[in-house]
Design a protein around this ligand. Structure first.
Ligand SMILES: *Cc1c(COP(=O)(O)O)cnc(C)c1O
Length: 234
């Protein structure tokens, strides 16, 4: 049984080095890539331990579990990202408590998030999820429908459209991993050529984040490589 918290400082350090090396290979600085620690299914103490190593951005997927953790850790200066699939009837707590949402893939969800974002909070940062390979098991807008959705989301008053997110098919070959990430980058470039002003590519997880960085990732979402295997979800 892996006791990830025992060596969390070493894991954070190693990840930072790998992120910096990949960023350097793509001609960028390490600070241009944000390490988003995906803490779903991890207890609040693990989040604290990572925060003690200077990690500031955390991602959660399961709303009920996340809300307990956010409440327990509200005194820490952390930025919370919702990275899970979103149900239309559960958008309010996300709009109220999170700073970023990475999985927006339909207008109805975006409209609710905008309407429910508290007026005193800054605009909610949004990444639109794109389903690059047309996988039925995954969320995301088909690439052909992306331009229309991006324009609609960008027009909503309490949201700030920051960029695109993907969970591509699993590939073990780095060259094949990179093809998917390059696809997402090109979609963003096309939107920006039309004036979208996007600055974020949320792509790359534990098994492929270096390939993602080489294709321009600005946020890598890393769970197991940081915290170890997730405990089985009840
Ligand atoms: C769980 C999850 C991750 C982290 O995956 P790892 O393989 O554990 O790094 C990243 N992004 C999303 C959307 C997730 O649901």
């Amino acid at each position: 049984m892996l006791r990830a918290s025992q060596n969390l400082p070493e894991r954070v350090q190693e990840l930072r080095e790998r992120i910096a090396a990949a960023a350097a290979r793509s001609g960028r600085t390490a600070s241009s890539v944000t390490l988003l620690a995906v803490s779903k299914a991890q207890p609040a103490e693990r989040v604290c331990a990572a925060a003690a190593q200077g990690v500031r951005d955390f991602g959660e997927s399961y709303l009920d579990e996340a809300l307990g953790k956010l409440a327990a850790l509200e005194d820490l200066p952390l930025t919370w990202h919702f990275v899970g699939r979103m149900q239309a009837n559960k958008t309010r707590p996300v709009a109220e408590r999170f700073a970023w949402v990475h999985g927006v893939d339909r207008l109805r969800i975006a409209e609710r998030l905008s309407a429910q974002r508290p007026f005193h909070a800054p605009a909610l940062n949004i990444c639109i999820q794109v389903n690059l390979a047309g996988e039925a098991s995954k969320g995301g807008v088909p690439p052909a429908e992306l331009p229309a959705l991006a324009a609609q989301v960008a027009a909503l008053p309490r949201l700030r459209l920051r960029g695109l997110m993907c969970i591509p098919p699993e590939e073990t070959e780095p060259a094949r991993q990179r093809q998917w990430f390059a696809k997402l980058r090109r979609l963003e470039e096309q939107l920006n050529a039309g004036g979208a002003g996007l600055d974020t590519l949320s792509m790359g997880m534990s098994e492929d984040f270096e390939s993602a960085i080489l294709e321009g990732a600005s946020i890598v979402r890393i769970g197991t490589a940081l915290f170890g295997q997730r405990p089985a979800k009840a």
